[in-house]
Design a protein around this ligand. Structure first.
Ligand SMILES: NC(=O)c1ccc[n+]([C@@H]2O[C@H](COP(=O)([O-])OP(=O)(O)OC[C@H]3O[C@@H](n4cnc5c(N)ncnc54)[C@H](O)[C@@H]3O)[C@@H](O)[C@H]2O)c1
Ligand SMILES: O=C(O)[C@H](O)COP(=O)(O)O
Length: 415
């Protein structure tokens, strides 16, 4: 019988927050059967209990993998964020523990861009208030504060994948596009980059935010920035909840300065669909409130399920870390007749030579080797003759500064 690294039925895959069934199918088709899939996120204490025996964890934007949780994850081999954002994971802590993190950087880009364009048009027409009035038995037939999109200026903050895709779609309905980004970027179509956030806030009829959550974007839109916005303008946030000071936004809505807002993400979000959503924005009929569903389409979730599970399976089976968001990227071509050793170590001088020395002392010949380092860790994949799997692994465990090491046994090997 072929000997594999660790019996795949013993490898525990924990999927939270309703990760799509396509991920489960992918793991099963690759031979992994110990899969637990939950539909919600977990409290920190429950998460610590659950993650203890997991080899792989799949999360979305709600699950907080902080240092405390990660320290309890003694068997964890890799993390999959089944979404774009990775701010919910303490990436430096994961790196120091030798745990690579993967995500799906493009699979829901289109879904977010479509939603934002739709919200832009709906808000310009005053649909949220008219809809609310009709649901209450009223009839608000009026052209006042109801505008075409054509000729209005859309200001995009963060001109990355979503911002740029939105830019193209917005121009196709006649919006003029300006954008602000910390990096100089070539605009799509006729879109023009502006020199400062302040300039964008002052010039746009609709401001939409598409930045990641980082130190520089946390509370980036507060009282001062909102004060710069035009009388009768609109704000859209489908990025991260902590980018906008919600209390300050509620104040400008109350004052009538903004004609509307569309908010998909919040500083505090319910853990699941059964928990109450609390926000000072609930009282405004001219605000579209959506439960963080920018990327929640059937198409996006299915694609994300496939994409991220594939990355986790490839890492599990071959040690490949290409596209990891925190880890040195390594992909050694596969040599099915060899055993593969994976060695993750603190990035200090001399570790590779020590690895090669201990393997040499054991008389182990190296067939192929690929090392990459980043500021914290080094990751080396080594193929050795299949006579030496266990022996080589034991030798590697003795190397100073080792964080984690694994052997992937040759599929050509027989016990
Ligand atoms: N609502 C949702 O369901 C949903 C779905 C997908 C993504 N998102 C969020 O949207 C964010 C953006 O996604 P993306 O794929 O376009 O990311 P991206 O990395 O492709 O683009 C982000 C852009 O923001 C820019 N940026 C970073 N800091 C900035 C700052 N201080 N000021 C101005 N620009 C800055 C970057 O240079 C980059 O161009 C994600 O990080 C995620 O948090 C939300
Ligand atoms: O980062 C993302 O891709 C979005 O915020 C979507 O997150 P979700 O998977 O929790 O909907």
């Amino acid at each position: 019988m072929a000997k594999t690294s660790l019996d795949k039925s013993k490898i525990k895959v924990l999927l939270l927050e309703g990760v799509h069934q396509s991920a489960v199918d992918n793991f099963q088709n690759a031979g992994y059967s110990n899969i637990e899939r939950l539909t919600t996120s977990l409290s920190e204490e429950d998460l610590i209990e659950k993650i203890r025996d997991a080899h792989f964890i799949g999360i979305r934007s709600r699950t907080q993998l902080n240092e405390r949780v990660l320290s309890a994850a003694e068997r964890l081999v890799a993390i999959g964020c089944f979404c774009i954002g990775t701010n919910q994971v303490d990436l430096p802590a994961a790196l120091k523990l030798g745990i690579p993190v993967f995500n799906a950087p493009y699979s829901n880009t289109r879904s977010v861009a479509e939603l934002v364009l739709a919200e832009t048009i709906m808000m310009l027409r005053g649909i949220p208030e008219k809809n609310a009035r009709a649901h209450g038995g009223g009839w608000l037939k009026s052209a006042s504060n109801s505008f075409e999109a054509r000729g209005k200026t859309l200001g995009i903050v963060g001109y990355g994948s979503i911002g740029a895709q939105l830019s193209v779609m917005a121009e196709s309905v006649g919006l003029n596009v300006i954008y602000y980004d910390t990096i100089t970027k070539l605009g799509m179509g006729n879109a023009r980059q502006v020199g400062s956030l302040q300039e964008l806030m002052a010039r746009a009829d609709i401001v939409t935010l598409h930045v990641p959550e980082t130190r520089s974007t946390t509370w980036m839109i507060g009282r001062d920035e909102l004060a710069l916005m035009k009388q009768g303008s609109y704000l859209i946030n489908a990025s991260r909840g902590k980018v906008v000071d919600i209390e300050a936004l509620a104040e400008v809505l109350e004052s009538g300065k903004l004609l509307g807002a569309a908010i998909d993400v919040f500083p505090v979000e319910p853990k699941g669909n059964d928990e109450e959503f609390v926000s000072p924005l609930r009282k405004f009929d001219n605000v579209i409130l959506t439960p963080h569903i920018g990327g929640s389409t059937v198409e996006a979730q299915e694609n994300i399920g496939v994409e991220v599970s594939e990355k986790l399976i490839t890492f599990s089976d071959n040690g490949t870390t290409i596209t990891s968001v925190n880890f040195p990227e390594v992909a050694l071509p596969s040599h099915p007749d060899k055993h593969r050793l994976l060695h993750i170590h603190a990035n200090v001088p001399g570790v590779l030579s020590e690895i090669n020395r201990v393997l040499g002392n054991e008389g182990i010949n190296i067939s192929a080797q690929f090392l990459q380092t980043n500021e914290e860790v080094g990751y080396v994949v080594i193929d050795v003759d299949k006579a030496y799997g266990e022996q080589a692994l034991n030798a590697l465990r003795e190397v100073n500064h080792t964080l984690r090491t694994r052997v992937l046994y040759s599929q050509a090997d027989s016990e």
